[in-house]
Design a binder for this molecule. Structure first.
Ligand code: F6R
Length: 270
């Protein structure tokens, strides 16, 4: 697991966009997994900017959305399908046929989820999965207690998550209680998991996910099992990590690892 600590939210988004740009340079037909929510908005703005500057071309990129509310049409302003179109897809040259999303109203939920997993596999697997983290430790909508080997499926949202999304819906009857989400097992198979977090209200859960025990009670802790999980977080979200100095040092020195003479000594407190 790599923990990259940046000064603030804007730097978190710039660093994450740079990681994606670098990956795209190596593989133009990148397969990207996209999360919604507040946190990745700045990253998507940067990706649009990079596209306009000719730094990333999306014509060979394949996209998978991470989750979707059950009951909402793709055209609903609060659907994750609408969010991704609005904040990224409509601004770049990704081909419509290369965008895969979970439907909020599939005729057969189980079959739809199995087909989604097959699509991910047929695409060669997700190269970079962008993730946020819920204050209760959820990744995608794998709420606490989710099996660490779960696959794409229907999940029941917790009361906290329902309370967090309620303000975005005008009609109480529309507030989703269920969602379809990639599973933790699905996320663990992605080649890189790129988790972004910002703000002090995420500090406690980031500390539990990164330095706490591996537990289904904190679904994000499952990323400790991921072959390449990168947490890009700001100072506020990092404030409860005990090994902050080490993470910073490791990040500053990683390009120098092949030349030990250039390694800057680690300054530890006390
Ligand atoms: C959304 C998703 C969620 C969010 C999480 C954090 O697609 O997968 O896990 O990433 O709820 O949301 P924000 O970024 O709004 O704090």
């Amino acid at each position: 697991m790599e923990v990259i600590i940046k000064k603030d939210y804007d730097d978190v988004c710039s660093e994450s966009a740079a990681i994606i740009e670098e990956a795209w340079r190596r593989k133009n037909n990148l397969v990207l997994g996209f999360a919604t929510g507040k946190t990745p908005l700045g990253l998507y703005e940067k990706l649009v900017e990079f596209y306009r500057q000719g730094r990333i071309d999306f014509s060979a990129v394949t996209a998978f959305n991470l989750d979707e509310y059950v009951g909402l049409e793709a055209s609903h302003p609060q659907s994750f399908a609408h969010y991704m179109d609005h904040h990224l897809f409509r601004h770049v040259n990704i081909r419509k046929e290369d965008i895969f999303r979970l439907s909020g109203r599939p005729p057969d939920i189980d079959e739809h989820c199995r087909a989604y997993e097959r699509k991910v596999r047929d695409s060669g697997g997700i190269d970079i999965q962008i993730l946020g983290i819920g204050k209760n430790g959820h990744i995608a909508f794998n709420e606490p207690g989710s099996s660490l080997s779960s696959r794409t499926r229907l999940k029941i949202l917790t009361p906290e998550t329902v309370a967090a999304i309620r303000p975005f819906f005008q009609d109480e009857k529309e507030v989703p209680r269920f969602c379809l989400t990639m599973g933790i097992g699905t996320i663990l198979e992605t080649k890189t998991a790129l988790l972004l977090a910002s703000g002090k209200d995420k500090a406690g859960i980031i500390a539990r996910a990164v330095e706490g025990p591996l537990t289904a009670s904190v679904p994000a802790s499952a990323l400790q099992l991921h072959a390449r999980a990168i947490f890009v977080i700001d100072e506020a979200a990092a404030s409860k990590l005990t090994k902050r100095d080490y993470y910073r040092w490791a990040y500053e020195n990683k390009d120098r690892a092949l030349d030990p003479l250039k390694i800057i000594p680690l300054k530890t407190k006390g």
